[in-house]
Each structure stands twice: as structure tokens, then as C-alpha cells.
Design a protein around this ligand. Structure first.
Ligand code: FMN
Ligand code: SF4
Length: 550
């Protein structure tokens, strides 16, 4: 059935896009009107249940969003920083309770106290000026430290469009196979979490027959604590855009789709403006540099759903379907957007491509450690003395990142949650054993993921943190498979009950539950949350013991 819907959705194409229509219709009142949903169902020939199923999925379009005017960030970093109750108190003086909603996460993890008002994000001391903000007298500020140690390719100073796009001109003089061979040599692996070899994916898509193919940029950076994709989109947008164009040339696609999270309004604005500049210079559109290669973009504003970062859910979302994870195979490289061959890549992965094609795959492969080549952006949250975005060579010791770059912590910390909600919970005495690369984290039983670092302060109870992780998973679960759909809710209930009453957890019950989730979940949401829970049980055994049966 969903395959048929993909075809139907594909007939309308990207210009008249059902998902976008839903978002636009929700803008006025916070949720689309019933009659509008029925009209869309008729227009797109996909049935009322499908349209309702999509609209009711997203945080920004579902019924509960009706009437919301201001949103408080409830991401892990703002939560562990303990800043959000003050934000809530202040906002309550200016907004009715039913006008205050929640968003996760605004990517202002470097200073916390984050909220969104009137489509703009605010953080740090901004809440003190809420009266001026509400009156339209105060503009959002967003400043954080950015530094690179080592090879610094993603953070390098941007010259200007004409100079930078010389890489495209030079690349178009070569064959797609020549460029692919450089990418193979580079050893580039996906930065979105899984570390999948990018050239392998490109080759597979390139070799799949088809006149229409797509390059999709996964800019749904949903991991609370991560804001490195936001940095690239807002401060180095051309690394990403050019990365997409070059990928299009390699695989034989003429359309790039940027799926950018709605929680990053500034990223959407910057990317849209920069695309306009490219259009003026004829660097996108038909016959780029007078060649036979044509490429154009579509920017899509996401509507608030963590699972849309999972590549197949993301594709269903663009098609206007309820964003449930798809069973693989077929992989997107064979049957992706509208059932056409599609490459889905993370922002940072795509941003590495111009550098690789300018400097050569061997130069990229010479940086890093083992099979983790190149550099990695790391996001440090507001608990560090010097929070910010750091670009380090793969293989850089974690202790260097924590002590020399982040300059330690504002107050004592007992664990670092690295790689998002599905990443490992690293206790302080393991920092010395880890370096920023895929293998080191895997060997030690953690996950590099997207390399976001959220601090768990000494005073923050681990039991509350794992309750938060189960609750997050339960909220974000797409519901397709029962181990995740039911398991995350049961996990949350079990931990919550133990934390708030004299109920004691049966350890085998919890370990059976996480094992079922790990083995039986279709994707890495349900399959991933057991990792930090296991880490918590292992490294914070003494602290958690009072909540368990002896
Ligand atoms: C629950 C879940 C959330 C994800 N969120 C993101 C995300 O926000 N950004 C991203 O690039 N990849 C995310 N991924 C990984 C994507 O499914 C996919 O592997 C990635 O976009 C591929 O690009 P890459 O090879 O460049 O990493 C997520 C995966 C899961 C299971
Ligand atoms: S693990 Fe969760 S998010 Fe992933 S497919 Fe299953 S229900 Fe959906």
C-alpha cells in the first residue's frame, strides 16, 4: 500500500508537496482544519485516513499543537542544565498555559534556557527580555565558540561563491567515475550516526537504472545536544550545497532535497537565501557551466518528529505519508523517494565532499585513525566552560576535547552522554580510554554517533535521566514495531514508578525488556536506547541499586 502511495505522491512531484501543504495549513491555528485535510485527501487521491495519519503524527501539525504561541525546549541538554523551569515561570507571566508548548531540541545547547517564539529561537539571557521579544523589539542572538584543531576542513574560512565553486567547474570536466574513485580513496563514512561508507552507497545508486534519481540531505539533526549540522547549514552552507550538487553529478540525479528540521528556522532562511544567490549566478538550474549537467533544489521544512531523521521515515515524510520506518531491502539507493533511486546523506557527510574533490581522496584518508578518516565536528553543551563546535581530526583523544577545548566543566559532572539519546553514557573514568573515532567508541561499548556531548551533572539523578530516555523514545517511536512501541512505554512506566513510589524494579524484567527492544526493533530508535540504559546499569550500579529488588 505505501508503495502505491509513493507512486501517487510522486505523480504530484516535489513542487506541489502534500507534506508542505500540511505544514502550511497548520501554521495559522497550529493544526490543519478537518475540511482542509479532506480537501487534500481528494486532491492527492490518497484517502482521508492517510492524510489524517500524517497530520496527527507531527508535533507541529497535530491537534494538541492548536493555539500554541511559544515553545520551551525540552531537550536533554536544557533539561540537565536545569534552566527550563525558570524559562517556564517567565513565559507563564506573558502567555496563558494553553499557549505554551514544547519543542525538542532547538540546537541552542551551548547556552540552554532555550525557547521558540513566533518562529524564532532564543536562548541564554534572552528570557529576561521576553517583554521586548513579545513586542518585537528584540532580535534573537546566537553566538558560540567555533574552533578547529588539526586539519580543519569544514570550518575553514569561506572565500566567496565564485572561488569556492571552482571545485564544481573542475569536477564537471571529469567523469562521475573519476570523482567516485576519489571518494572511495577518501574512506569517507557517514557522519549521521551509522558510519556507513559513502562511496559504496553512491556507487550502488549510480548503478541502479533510472532516469529520475534524488540526492536527499538529512538535515533533521534531532539528537538533543547536537548543533554541528546547524553550524554547517548556517555558517558554511555552501559546503553542504556543493556537496549535494557533486553527489548529484556522480549518481546521475538532477534534484536535491534539503529536509531541514522546523526547529532550525534560521537554517532554513540561510539555505534559501544562499540558493537564490546560486540561481542568480547560474550555478544551479539547467546546463551548469554550459555542460549537460542540470541540478536544482527543493527545501522542505520538517514538522517536528525525531524519527524523521531515520532515512526511510524521512522519505515517507517528504511523500506526505505517515513517517513510519520502512523495511529494508529495498534500500533507498534502489527504491527511495517516490520509489526512485535515492541517496540520503547527513549534512556533515555531504559537506566533506567538496574538500575531498579539491584536495584528493588520499589527502582525506591521510587524516584520522584507521577506518575513521577525515575530521569530525563535536558539539559541546552549556555545561562546559567553553561550549561550542570543535572540528578535530578523527582519532583525537576525548580528554583533549573535554579538557583542552571545552576547558572542563562549570561544576562537577558524573557522565557524558555522547552521540544523542541512542548513544552511550560515558562515566568520567572512561574518558581517558576514548578517542573521537567510530572504532574507539565501539570497542569500549559506546557510540560516537553524531558526536554531541551532553553533560550529566553530579547532582542529576541517573534514574531520572534513564526515565527521560525511555520517555523520549516512547514519544518519538513511529509505532511500526511492537518492541519499541510497547517496550519504550513499559520501560518509562517501570522507571517512573520506581522513582516516584516504593516500587522496586525486578532487574531481569528490565534487562529482558531492553534485550527484546535491542533484538526485535526494526530501527535504531527502539534498538538503540538500550545502550545508554545498559551503560547506566553497569557504571552507576551503586546509585541505581535502591530502585531495584535486592
Ligand atoms: C532514530 C534515528 C534518527 C536518526 N536521525 C538522524 C539525523 O537526525 N540526521 C542524520 O543525518 N541521520 C540520522 N539518522 C541516520 C539515518 O537513518 C541515516 O543513516 C543517515 O542519514 C545516512 O547518512 P550518512 O551515511 O551520511 O550518515 C537517524 C537514524 C535513526 C535510527
Ligand atoms: S524501532 Fe521504533 S521508531 Fe524504529 S521502526 Fe520500530 S517502532 Fe518505529
Amino acid at each position: 500500500m505505501s508503495k502505491n502511495i509513493s507512486e501517487l505522491s510522486g505523480r504530484k512531484g516535489l513542487k506541489t508537496n502534500l507534506f508542505e501543504e500540511l505544514g502550511l495549513l497548520a501554521k495559522e491555528e497550529g493544526t490543519p482544519k478537518k475540511e482542509d485535510l479532506e480537501r487534500l485527501a481528494d486532491e492527492f487521491l490518497i484517502g482521508k485516513a492517510n492524510v489524517y495519519g500524517s497530520a496527527s503524527f507531527y508535533d507541529f501539525t497535530r491537534e494538541e499543537n492548536k493555539g500554541k504561541k511559544v515553545y520551551i525546549c525540552n531537550g536533554s541538554s536544557c533539561m540537565t542544565a536545569g534552566t527550563q523551569s525558570k524559562v517556564h515561570d517567565q513565559l507563564s507571566k506573558h502567555f496563558a498555559a494553553e499557549e505554551i508548548g514544547e519543542m525538542c531540541c532547538l540546537g541552542r545547547c551551548h547556552e540552554n534556557s532555550s525557547f521558540n517564539f513566533d518562529g524564532r529561537n532564543y536562548s541564554g539571557n534572552a528570557i529576561e527580555k521576553i517583554e521586548d521579544i513579545k513586542a518585537g523589539k528584540d532580535k534573537p542572538l546566537d553566538h558560540y565558540h567555533v574552533e578547529s584543531v588539526g586539519s580543519g576542513m569544514l570550518t575553514e574560512v569561506f572565500s566567496d561563491i565564485d572561488t569556492f565553486y571552482q571545485i564544481l567547474k573542475d569536477s564537471l570536466a571529469k567523469s562521475p567515475d573519476e570523482l567516485l574513485s576519489e571518494l572511495k580513496k577518501s574512506g569517507l563514512r557517514g557522519r549521521g550516526g551509522a558510519g556507513f561508507p559513502s562511496a559504496f552507497k553512491f556507487e550502488s545508486c549510480k548503478n541502479t537504472p533510472g532516469k529520475t534519481k534524488f540526492v536527499v540531505c538529512n538535515a533533521d539533526e534531532g539528537d538533543p545536544g547536537a548543533y554541528s549540522d546547524r553550524y554547517l547549514l548556517e555558517q558554511r552552507p555552501h559546503t553542504v550545497l556543493l556537496g549535494m550538487i557533486l553527489t548529484g553529478y556522480i549518481i546521475g540525479a538532477s534534484t536535491g532535497v534539503l529536509y531541514i528540521r522546523g526547529e532550525y528556522p534560521e537554517s532554513i532562511d540561510v539555505v534559501t537565501e544562499e540558493l537564490e544567490k546560486l540561481r542568480q549566478k547560474n550555478l544551479i538550474g539547467e546546463h551548469i557551466y554550459g555542460t549537460n549537467f542540470s541540478f536544482d533544489f527543493k527545501v522542505i521544512r520538517a514538522q517536528g518528529a525525531y524519527i524523521c531523521g531515520e532515512e526511510t521515515a524521512l522519505l515517507s515524510s517528504i511523500e506526505g505519508q505517515r513517517p513510519e520506518v520502512r523495511i529494508r531491502p529495498p534500500y533507498p539507493a534502489q527504491q527511495g523517494l517516490f520509489n526512485k533511486p535515492t541517496v540520503v546523506n547527513n549534512v556533515e557527510t555531504l559537506a566533506c565532499i567538496p574538500w575531498i574533490l579539491r584536495e584528493g581522496g588520499d589527502s582525506f584518508a591521510a587524516i584520522g585513525r584507521g577506518k575513521s578518516t577525515g575530521t569530525k565536528l563535536v558539539s559541546l553543551d552549556g555545561f562546559f566552560n567553553r561550549p561550542g563546535i570543535y572540528e578535530v581530526d578523527m582519532g583525537t583523544p576525548l580528554s583533549v576535547v573535554v579538557e583542552e577545548l571545552g576547558k572542563g566543566f562549570k561544576s562537577p559532572v558524573k557522565a557524558l552522554h555522547i552521540g544523542g539519546p541512542l548513544g552511550g553514557l560515558v562515566p568520567m573514568d572512561k574518558i581517558k580510554d576514548l578517542s573521537i573515532d567510530f572504532e574507539s567508541f565501539n570497542q569500549e561499548g559506546f557510540l560516537l554517533g553524531h558526536a554531541s556531548v551532553v553533560c550529566l551533572p553530579e547532582s542529576y539523578p541517573v534514574i531520572e535521566y534513564i526515565e527521560h530516555l525511555f520517555q523520549f523514545t516512547a514519544h518519538e517511536s513511529c509505532g511500526k514495531c511492537f518492541p519499541c512501541r510497547i517496550g519504550s512505554t513499559r520501560g518509562y512506566e517501570m522507571i517512573h514508578k520506581a522513582r516516584t513510589s516504593d516500587y522496586k524494579i525486578e532487574k531481569t524484567l528490565l534487562t529482558d525488556l531492553i534485550e527484546t527492544m535491542e533484538i526485535g526493533s526494526l530501527c535504531a530508535l527502539g534498538g538503540g536506547v538500550p545502550l545508554p540504559v545498559r551503560n547506566a546499569l553497569k557504571y552507576f550500579h551503586a546509585e541505581l541499586q535502591p530502585f531495584f529488588n535486592a
